[in-house]
Structure formats: structure tokens, C-alpha cells
Design a binder for this molecule. Structure first.
Ligand code: T4K
Length: 405
């Protein structure tokens, strides 16, 4: 493997196999197989079996909350929490998030009203929330993006004063804390994702966590068709149940959570140290005083300082088989159906627009080690120091691709 001559300048790709953002963190497979044998022996595959119950208890303990309701994925968990909390009409959310945050509302004909973000935290900007509140607003949903907590204090103050519900999409934030308190207990409810690409995975999965007994009761019913007992349906419901095999995976991975954090933290520190001297490149900060899962290595590219734009750098990295991602480009407001609903929203979302053009994510997780981090950083350094040639080569390639079409 060589990083001497960049692939976009005619060299061989640095990596033979793709280096992914989002390779699953896997715990001890033998322990997983023991659990899988047990669930097969039990003949109990789903419908709140013993592994799901154990996982719910472990997640609630880790997040420091009273109730955890495990689900088949984070999107369904969001949809059910939104419905059980009685949200309707309009809900204020950031646009700079994964599309599921907006879709979970729109799916139930609730309008997501997109709020701009704070460019330092990348989270919903509390200074911009109040101007979006109308008589139809029923709630605010903050997203703890990259696992960095929203300004929960200010959002809670606004929600209480304006009589709005407050929920958090904590899909990225399992294992993270805010002012010493674990994410999970803020607002009326918080939602985790345990998708394969997440810090802790259950293959697919998610959970709602809350300290509210009534809400937890409603959510439990709704995720099981509204059944309150044999032959007795008391609500409209759906099927949001987590399977036993997913819970077995979650329990196994939970046992390795310390190792996952250590690997992520070490990669993150390494990236930051190695990219420190690169002009126009900054790796976002995590607060070391808090609990953090360091799940994402998020880089902001300032085109003027770097000499290359974010998309050019992505082109360079992809040519090397480093599958850097542009999460969450171009922002929910530029995707359908929201783009058609709100064709002018980009005018209000100036920080979202700016950030969506600057961010790229680099590979991390337990499958990425120091030598890969070093090579990725060398590729970036080499690309920046040959910026004019890289730019020319990329634009020639783009022109050739257009002619070939
Ligand atoms: N709210 C927020 C803020 C979220 O970020 C998400 C999900 C949700 C809500 C909804 O939660 P879920 O319903 O998903 O539980 C991925 C994930 O699918 C998605 O869960 C996640 N956010 C989002 C940030 O990333 P894609 O479209 O980037 O996935 P994909 O298939 O391109 O995979 C990403 C990379 O990971 C690829 O390079 C391949 C690699 N990969 C992926 C899988 C599935 C693997 O190496 N192994 C695998 O098994 O959305």
C-alpha cells in the first residue's frame, strides 16, 4: 500500500479494500453465539422475550432513566414517541440531521418546521427557535448531533414557557453525558438508534427512554399493536418490537462498550493530532470532561484555507478507497418532500447551508486502527499540498466522465 502518489494523480489507491464510515463495532462473537443458542433452545424469538427485557434494563441503567422501550429501529422509535406524546400540526426540528428525524413527523402528517443550527455546536440554535413558534406548534425536537448534547437547558426553558413538548433524537448519543448527567433523561423522552453503523448496534434497533410512567405505558402498548392483554386492544398501534436476536447482539455489544469508546477515542485523538497542522481543516471537538462515545470523526473543510473544497477532498479520498461521507448533506430542507413544500427555506437556514457544504466524516470504530488513520491523514496532507494539481485532475476527470455519458 502506498500513499506517495495520490490516486487522483495517477497512483494506485492506498487501500485495496474500502475503508468505511460506519463499519459495525462487534463484540465477542462467541458470547453472541452462546446467547443465540439459548434463544433457539428457548423457542422464544420475539414479543418481549428475556433478552429484550434484559437489554431494556441495561439501557435504562446506562442512560440513568426509569423506562426503556426497545424497538426494531430508531425511526419507528421516533414515530411512536412522537405519536404517544400527542404531537401534531407543527414541530420545530433542525434540518441538519438524518432524514429520519423529519420523516418520522411527516409520516404522520405533522409538519417539520426547520430551524437553523449553531455553527459551533452543529445543534439546533435556541436563539432561532422562538421566531418559528406559531399557534400550531406543539413541540420541539432537538438532535444531539454526533453525540454532542443540544443546549438542553435553554430548549427546556423555551418549551416550558411556550407550553411545548420537548423530545430529543439521541440516535448518536448513547453513552454520552451533558453536565455530568447521561443523555436519556432530558425532555419528555429521548430516542436512541442501535443501527449497524451506530456506536452500539443490535443489527437494526432503537429505543425510547423516558422518566414519564404514563408515556412509557402508552409507548409499550403502541409498539405492540395496542394490545393491553390477550384479545384486548386499547389504542391504535403498530409493530415496533425488537427481536430476541437483536437484543442478544445488543447485550453482547454492551459488554464491549468500554473497548468501543477506547478505540473511537484513540482514533479521534490521532486524527486531531495529525490534522492539526493542515490549514483549512478542523476536526470538531468533543468535551473530554463529559462521557462521550467519540462515534464520529467530523471534519470541517474551509475551502479558502485548504485550497480544496470539501467535495474535492471527498473525491480524493474515494479514489483511495476511503469512503468518507458528507453527512448530512444537503440538509433535510433540500430533500423531498420538504424541498417542494418549502422552496425558500434555504434563505432562513444559512448556517445549515454553509455547514452542509463543509462537513465530511472519516472512518473510525473498532475496525480502524492507527496505521489506517495515519494513511488517511497523509492522503489529506498530500492532497492539500498538491491542491492545484489535484483540482485540475479532478476537473479533467469530471469532464471526461461527462463526455463518456
Ligand atoms: N436520527 C438520526 C440523527 C440518525 O442519524 C438516524 C440514523 C436515525 C434518526 C434513524 O435511526 P435508524 O432508524 O437508522 O435506527 C446510516 C444508517 O443507516 C442510519 O442508521 C444512520 N442514522 C445514518 C447516519 O447512517 P446511510 O444511508 O449512510 O447507510 P449506508 O448503508 O450508506 O452505510 C454507511 C456505511 O457503513 C457504508 O460505508 C457501509 C457501512 N456499513 C453499513 C452497514 C449497514 C457496513 O460496513 N456494514 C453494515 O452492516 O445511513
Amino acid at each position: 500500500m502506498s500513499v506517495d502518489v495520490l490516486a487522483v494523480l495517477g497512483g494506485r489507491p492506498a487501500f485495496d479494500e474500502p475503508l468505511h464510515v460506519g463499519r459495525p463495532n462487534l463484540g465477542d462473537r462467541n458470547k453472541l453465539f452462546v446467547r443465540m443458542n439459548r434463544l433457539l433452545d428457548n423457542n422464544w424469538l420475539t414479543n418481549r422475550g428475556p433478552f429484550v427485557q434484559e437489554l431494556e434494563q441495561r439501557i435504562a441503567e446506562t442512560a440513568g432513566v426509569k423506562h426503556c422501550i426497545a424497538m426494531c429501529n430508531g425511526t419507528i422509535a421516533l414515530e411512536i414517541a412522537i405519536r404517544a406524546a400527542g404531537l401534531r400540526d407543527e414541530v420545530i426540528v433542525p434540518s441538519y440531521t438524518f432524514i429520519a428525524t423529519a420523516h418520522a413527523l411527516q409520516w404522520q402528517e405533522i409538519t417539520p418546521v426547520f430551524c437553523d443550527i449553531d455553527p459551533t455546536t452543529h445543534n439546533i440554535d435556541p436563539d432561532r427557535v422562538e421566531e418559528l413558534i406559531t399557534p400550531r406548534t406543539t413541540a420541539l425536537i432537538g438532535v444531539h448531533l454526533w453525540g454532542r448534547p443540544c443546549d438542553v437547558g435553554r430548549l427546556a426553558e423555551i418549551a416550558a414557557r411556550r407550553r411545548l413538548a420537548l423530545l430529543f433524537d439521541a440516535a448518536h448519543a448513547f453513552g454520552c453525558s451533558h453536565r455530568g448527567r447521561m443523555i436519556g433523561g432530558f425532555g419528555l423522552a429521548e430516542i436512541f438508534s442501535f443501527h449497524a453503523t451506530k456506536f452500539l448496534n443490535t443489527f437494526e434497533g432503537g429505543a425510547v427512554v423516558t422518566n414519564d410512567d404514563d408515556l412509557a405505558g402508552r409507548i409499550r402498548l403502541m409498539k405492540n399493536f395496542g394490545f393491553a392483554g390477550y384479545d384486548n386492544v386499547v389504542y391504535v398501534g403498530t409493530n415496533g418490537k425488537m427481536t430476541e436476536v437483536a437484543a442478544a447482539m445488543g447485550l453482547t455489544n454492551l459488554e464491549s462498550m468500554g473497548a468501543f469508546v477506547a478505540a473511537n477515542r484513540s482514533n479521534y485523538k490521532d486524527y486531531r493530532r495529525r490534522l492539526e497542522g493542515c490549514s483549512g481543516i478542523s476536526v470538531i471537538e468533543y468535551d473530554d470532561r463529559e462521557r462521550c462515545n467519540y462515534q464520529y470523526v467530523v471534519v470541517e473543510v474551509d475551502e479558502e484555507g485548504a485550497g480544496l473544497g470539501r467535495d474535492e477532498l471527498v473525491g480524493v479520498l474515494h479514489a483511495e478507497n476511503v469512503l468518507a461521507r458528507r453527512y448530512f448533506y444537503p440538509g433535510c430542507h433540500r430533500m423531498e418532500p420538504y424541498r417542494s413544500f418549502f422552496p425558500h427555506s434555504r434563505l432562513l437556514l444559512t448556517e445549515t447551508e454553509r455547514l452542509a457544504r463543509r462537513v465530511l466524516l472519516l472512518p473510525t470504530g473498532v475496525s480502524v486502527g492507527p496505521s489506517q488513520v495515519k494513511d488517511v491523514c497523509t492522503i489529506i496532507e498530500n492532497a492539500l499540498s498538491a491542491a492545484p494539481a489535484v483540482r485540475a485532475s479532478l476537473s479533467n476527470r469530471a469532464a471526461e466522465a461527462t463526455v463518456a455519458q
